[in-house]
Design a protein around this ligand. Sequence first.
Ligand code: NI
Length: 164
Amino acid sequence: MTDVPESRLLAALLKGWDRSNVVLLNLLHAIPEGGLDARALAGSPSIAEMFTHLHHERMVSVAENAPEHAGAVPAREWDPEPDVPRIAQLLVDSGRRVRDAVLARVETHRALDRDYAHPIHLLQFLIFHEGYHHGQIKLALKAAGRSISDADAGPVTWDVWRAR
Ligand code: NI
């Protein structure tokens, strides 16, 4: 273990969360016209419902674990919200709340109230959760015959993570 200051590690972790948010918003904006209604299988959630589920999960996580940073938890978890700018606004808000909650708990050396061994694990959990649904969203587009090509997806998703 080197002696990298803890503050630099925290900054790098938060920048990872920021990149994950950029990737998710880029995915949202790459959904072709009409694609929000696509589903992987007949009983599967639509793409719009998956995006609002991601927002709901973040809001519930903050409400349960760092309520001082919470906002209103949506009444409907899998909301078929049809408006892309509205979904984007929700994700920007919940992404900021997660970031603020984790940063404040780490800086004040306070554990989260309910889950996780360390506040950083909330970021890692959500990145895992959102990556899981990212794949499902692309699968839903493929099932609907509306795939995003690798050439289009790469620069706005994988390359955002890899950037120096
Ligand atoms: Ni989920």
